[in-house]
Write a protein that binds this ligand. Structure first.
Ligand code: PMP
Length: 360
């Protein structure tokens, strides 16, 4: 058996050089004479590694000055709740843009803590698009506007960052971070669960404007307060040390392979290859409006759902893993994050073509 091409939506494939380095350093990390998982997060070696990881991420994403970078826990889901806890003032509303299951969940969690307005939604077209910006009914006095720049389940992605005036824009960039250049100056806060383009699950990267941190209320428990986490360099309590270390290795690997511009070009080529094949076939279908198609998650259906089981069985046998679509959508989904090489997508397309010929 050998490593297969892994199309999992998350936890997802990691770069092989990163896994090899982690394997080589597993028992003894640097001069620690112990694994990186077995040493204090307050020791100078760990702190140096953590600072380097942050510096590399800042360089990769060209983080403007005036933003903190936090390495937190809880998964993106915890922050669906923690964000309104920190920023929704009692007298204000918060605006959510619904473009799929993840933005729906984010809004749902916020409803327990804040006055949520759904300022725009594409639910009525089965989340196949981004609602036109002109149709958004934003409240100029809202505490923030929340968007989900890439909907992992539906395969819907914003290709431009919406202008929302002076209201702080917050983005759940879990499944798009590091896949393409990002103008962070347009956002007051972005956050991402690590398990797609960053590293293992259990780690959340958050990039937050200093001004927004000033709003965190002193009335909430410290562990939920972003300003406290920022003041303590994400070491208010024991961080996910293994996740932070692996993220650092991923950032270095990205820098070695040309940074975000090179990654964006590779991701564009991968997406073009698979969407081009799907559109040219009269067998497979992608339901998303062309202008909103995700470069990271590509859902597609076969002509008849009865074919799904055979497609999955045969693709797995051919070394193409985790192509089953999310249960909310059905069909297939190929997640083609940074660690998926173009050859992996080509192998998938060749398999799809062969399958279609045999099952036409
Ligand atoms: N947001 C998006 C866009 C996601 O894709 C996911 C997970 N797939 C989540 C949030 C939830 O992340 P977690 O499981 O880390 O809470």
């Amino acid at each position: 058996m050998s490593r297969a091409y892994n199309f999992s939506a998350g936890p997802a494939a990691l770069p092989e050089d990163v896994l090899r380095q982690a394997q080589a350093e597993m028992l003894e990390w640097g001069t620690a004479r112990a694994s990186v998982m077995e040493i204090s997060h307050r020791g100078k070696d760990f702190i140096a590694m953590a600072e380097q990881a942050e510096a590399d991420l800042r360089e990769l994403l060209a983080v403007p000055s005036g933003y903190k970078v936090l390495f937190l826990q809880g998964g993106a889901t915890q922050h669906f709740a923690q964000i309104p806890m920190n920023f929704a003032r009692p007298e204000q509303t918060v605006d959510y843009i619904l473009t799929g299951d993840w933005s729906e969940k984010a809004a749902q969690e916020a409803k327990t803590l804040a006055k949520v307005r759904i300022a725009a939604s594409s639910a009525d077209t089965n989340y196949d698009r981004i609602p036109a910006r002109a149709s958004w009914d934003l409240d100029p006095d809202a505490a923030y506007v929340h968007v989900t720049p890439n909907e992992t389940i539906r395969g819907v992605e914003y290709h431009t960052i919406p202008e929302v005036g002076s209201v702080p824009l917050i983005g759940d960039i879990s499944s798009t971070i590091l896949s393409r250049p990002l103008d962070l100056s347009k956002y007051a806060l972005v956050y991402a669960g690590a398990q797609k383009n960053i590293g293992p699950s259990g780690l959340v990267v958050m990039i937050i404007r200093d001004e927004l941190l000033e709003r965190c209320p002193k009335t909430i428990a410290k562990i939920f307060n972003y300003a406290e986490h920022a003041a303590q360099g994400s070491m208010l309590n024991t961080p996910n040390t293994w996740g932070w270390y692996l993220a650092g290795l991923v950032f270095q690997s990205l820098k070695r392979s040309g940074g975000i511009a090179a990654m964006a070009e590779r991701n564009r080529a991968k997406a073009e290859l698979i969407y081009g094949y799907i559109d040219g076939s009269n067998y497979y279908r992608n339901p998303v409006e062309v202008s909103a198609r995700s470069r990271m998650n590509v859902p597609f259906t076969l002509p008849r759902a009865e074919l799904d089981a055979a497609f999955l069985k045969e693709s797995e046998a051919a070394g193409l893993l985790a192509l089953k679509g999310h249960r909310a959508v059905g069909g297939m989904r190929a997640s083609i994050y940074n660690a998926m090489p173009l050859e992996g997508v080509q192998t998938l397309v060749d398999f799809m073509d062969d399958f279609a010929r045999r099952n036409g």
